[in-house]
Design a protein around this ligand. Structure first.
Ligand code: MN
Length: 502
């Protein structure tokens, strides 16, 4: 995975001086036990460090300021081991700029029924200490995740892991740059949007470049590097005869390899973690880049076609969330349907650019004509996608805010597609085709998505919470009337929550 930064999470324990020094010593010791316990089970993708016990307004504000200023701090986990009067937290939390997880747990799972006394009760009182904290968080309108349960439970640790992954993706967006060659595909609406608003809301920038800048960079790639990359292709994929040495389309393969090397160099040198281009602006390129986006997505770059800059940002974020899992996330487009009543399926693909991380087996490297773009035949990897639970996600610009839309799907088996010259996935939607598609369309969901087997709806919910972005989730529980009402309510909520700033 390209360009992932070091990150850790701070564990801050809340208390106060009412109980005396001995009790505070125990609080710190117990907090360390919880941190060590969370760390040793190996379910958390990133490390946690115990940052200290907050007992006064000044101490808490100091910890929050230091967490905010630390570029390696991905977020803070708060736990009130004892009662920590929450007015002490106002100054700190209003200065905190990192994602927050409120862990509602207790040192011991079991209550010592035979021996419990007031000292024990006073020490182990997260049951009401965390309620005091929760009130203050709500009073401050603090976006946060609340995780409840004993810290040793797998479910509790998995929910923390989900939030860490979302926080890591959020961190990756801060200061990120996405590269857009050319502009938006003419007349297309959903791929447009407010790039200034996005930078204010999400922290990433979108830079425009002429495709000629890429063509120049490609020209300076050494022939030997092109030959070496083609040798890598030969080792990794099954090439059709026309692309093999001596084949009639071999020159196109060399050209595709030069595109990949030029693009990767251009993106890496510019500090970009994702990109888009448009087939309407390919001056100086011999073929629409197909193989290069496929291969670069597999390395962790975000990508989408047609000048769509939002989907590369989301593909990148979801690649980061899924890092260390299978990595199976791709740019995708809902393309066409098998619309038999009760057994409806969606065929997802794109003109060329589906990430081989979702392939079920070894991709075939092929070359076919492509009417769109008016260029020479492009090289591409063709494969079927894995089966299993997956999801599609997109985010759209509604003018006064961005909305993240997620649909849980199940990728299924399908007949061979001998005449379809692109990589593809076939899935069924939750809760069912008609409900899912009507909800997606009512929510204004795009035809471009980030499609993933790794990323869960919980990670995306956590991500939306951290980003302060509306989430419209379409899953097994979705009912059309309720969903429509939620969208109407969200119009009101986000209008007041965000005002006219977004
Ligand atoms: Mn498209």
């Amino acid at each position: 995975m390209i360009a992932l930064k070091e990150l850790k999470f701070w564990f801050i324990c809340g208390s106060q001086h009412l109980y005396g020094a001995e009790a505070l010593g125990k609080v710190a010791e117990n907090a360390r036990t919880v941190v060590d316990g969370l760390s040793k089970d190996g379910r958390l993708v990133l490390p946690i460090e115990f940052a200290g016990v907050g007992t006064t307004t000044d101490e808490i504000a100091d910890m929050c300021r230091r967490a905010s200023a630390d570029p390696t701090c991905g977020g803070v986990i708060l736990w009130m081991h004892t009662f920590s009067p929450a007015k002490m937290w106002i100054r700190g939390l209003t200065q905190l700029t990192k994602p927050v997880l409120h862990l509602h747990t207790q040192l011991n799972a079991d209550l010592p029924w035979d021996s419990i006394d007031m000292d024990y009760m006073n020490l182990h009182q997260a049951a009401h200490g965390d309620r005091e904290a929760g009130f203050m968080h709500s009073r401050l309108r603090l976006g946060r995740k609340v995780v409840v349960g004993h810290w040793s439970e797998a479910d509790v640790q998995e929910r923390i892991d989900s939030w860490m992954r979302a926080a890591r993706a959020w961190h990756d967006w801060q200061g990120a740059r996405f590269c857009r060659f050319g502009d938006n595909m003419r007349d297309v609406a959903v791929t447009e949007g407010d790039k200034v608003g996005a930078e204010m809301a999400f922290g990433f920038a979108v830079d425009g470049w002429g495709v000629g800048d890429l063509v120049d960079r490609m020209a300076s790639i050494a022939e030997a590097d092109v030959e070496a990359l083609v040798a890598e292709y030969e080792a990794l994929y099954d090439l059709v005869p026309a692309l093999k040495a001596g084949g009639e389309k071999r020159a196109s393969l060399l050209d595709a390899a030069r595109q990949e090397l030029g693009l990767e160099a251009f993106l890496t040198e510019g500090g970009y973690t994702g990109f888009t281009h448009t087939f309407q602006d390919l001056h100086g390129l011999n073929q629409l880049p197909g193989l290069a986006p496929q291969r670069l997505m597999a390395k962790g770059f975000g990508f989408a076609g047609e000048g769509d800059w939002k989907t590369p940002a989301l593909v990148r974020a979801m690649k980061v969330m899924g890092h260390g899992l299978t990595g199976a996330t791709s740019f995708m487009e809902d393309y066409t349907y098998d619309i038999k009543p009760g057994a409806e399926k969606v065929l997802g693909a794109h003109m060329l650019e589906v990430c081989p991380s979702i392939a079920v087996d070894k991709p075939q490297m092929e070359i076919h004509p492509l009417g769109i773009g008016g260029k020479a035949d492009p090289v591409r990897l063709v494969f079927n996608a894995q089966k299993g639970d997956a999801l599609n996600a997109c985010f759209v610009d509604l003018g006064n805010r961005f909305r993240l839309i997620v649909n849980k799907v199940k990728a299924v088996d399908h007949p061979d597609l001998p005449n379809l010259p692109v990589a593809r996935a076939v899935w069924e939607c939750a809760p069912d085709f008609k409900t899912a598609c009507s909800a997606w369309i009512l929510a204004g969901g795009a035809h471009h998505t980030a499609y993933s087997y790794d990323v869960t709806s919980e990670m995306l919910d956590d991500f939306a919470t951290i980003a302060g972005m509306e989430l419209a989730l379409i899953d097994e529980q979705t009912e059309t009337m309720r969903f429509k009402q939620d969208l109407r309510m969200n119009e009101v909520y986000w209008h007041f929550a965000k005002g006219f700033r977004a």
